[in-house]
Design a protein around this ligand. Structure first.
Ligand code: NAG
Ligand code: NAG
Ligand code: NAG
Ligand code: NAG
Length: 287
């Protein structure tokens, strides 16, 4: 009888976990709301995907309904095809606080047809940013959806493109390098015109004859500690994204990361001697 009870509980547990697992990826409205020009965000595929529109009237943006303290966020994005010079599509985490603000950015800088899309990443910690890195993508991000992920835990922050880490920012607070860990962050995305800087430093202007511009998103997946919420976010033990697998890159990820840095990195603030009189501490060897 007791065994039978255990069996029932076990099967129930399996069922419940299966249902929870099916819950992901979520639809747009489950996790997000529009924050700028709702008319330029169109839900498609029964809300499982969206189309963002940029035209001469407006760009648009959306944000998560909740904020999260650590976790992993991923979404699949198909960027503007053809001549996308002067456009910026962004996907970022932001504490949305005025002074001491934290932010983790993925910015996709459009380009002329046939020229490479650039992904810029940046990290603001305790109110200070200026940590830009740029990578040229090794595929055409407008042909198909690709998976863009930000992992944020107590150990490090990892930006990945299709399971290829393109940037790792380690927690070196104990060595005096600021690290975001005091406040939760929301998840944001925007599509806008920024032809004063986006493409070749602003030399390439947006071609409005090609408007409207469209970007597509799907497979929204937020795995994080929602705030306010029940889970213990400050603990580095109780959440899966803090586990051993997520504390360091594995051998394959390491090899991919090196490959990206060697072949596709086109700008790194750490190497920009003209910008910094004093090398930022996180750029020093051994950190
Ligand atoms: C996106 O990448 C993450 C981590 O690299 C992975 O866990 C997730 O399953 C991927 N999502 C999709 C929809 O492929
Ligand atoms: C656009 O293409 C040019 C020429 O290939 C390249 O130098 C640049 O890095 C690309 N990206 C941006 C955002 O300008
Ligand atoms: C959360 O975890 C931290 C670190 O493990 C612990 O010190 C704290 O007591 C926990 N708080 C709650 C409410 O469980
Ligand atoms: C958790 O944090 C404590 C204190 O910051 C540290 O000593 C410990 O090694 C961490 N554990 C893991 C699994 O990261």
């Amino acid at each position: 009888m007791a065994t039978f009870g255990v069996l029932i509980i076990l099967s129930l547990w399996v069922l419940v976990s299966a249902i929870c697992a099916w819950g992901r990826p979520a639809t747009f409205v489950q996790d997000f709301r529009s924050t700028w020009s709702e008319s330029h965000i169109k839900q498609i595929d029964q809300g499982r995907a969206i189309q963002l529109i940029l035209d001469q009237n407006s760009g648009c943006g959306f944000a998560s309904r909740r904020k999260y303290m650590f976790g992993r966020v991923s979404m699949k994005i198909k960027l503007i095809p053809g001549d996308s010079a002067g456009t910026v599509t962004a996907f970022y985490l932001n504490s949305d606080t005025d002074t001491i603000h934290d932010e983790l950015d993925f910015e996709f800088l459009g380009n002329r047809s046939g020229q490479p899309y650039t992904v810029q990443t940046n990290i603001y910690a305790h109110g200070k940013g200026g940590r830009e890195q740029r990578v040229n993508l090794w595929f055409d991000p407008a042909l198909d959806y690709h998976n863009y992920t930000i992992l944020w835990n107590h150990r490090h922050i990892v930006f990945s493109v299709d399971d290829f880490p393109i940037r790792v920012f380690k927690n070196n607070e104990d060595k005096g390098v600021p690290y975001p860990m005091m406040q939760p962050m929301g998840i944001y995305s925007t599509l806008w015109e920024a032809d004063n800087w986006a493409t070749r430093g602003g030399l390439e202007k947006i071609n409005w004859n090609k408007a409207p511009f469209y970007a597509y998103y799907k497979d929204f997946d937020i795995e994080g500690c929602a705030v306010p919420g029940a889970a213990n976010c400050s603990s580095n033990l109780s959440n899966w994204w803090e586990g051993p697998t997520y504390q360091a890159l594995n051998a394959i990820q390491n090899r991919r990361y090196k490959w990206v840095r060697l072949n596709h990195l086109i700008y790194d603030y750490c190497q920009d001697k003209s910008r910094f009189l004093v090398t930022p501490p996180e750029c020093l060897a051994g950190i």
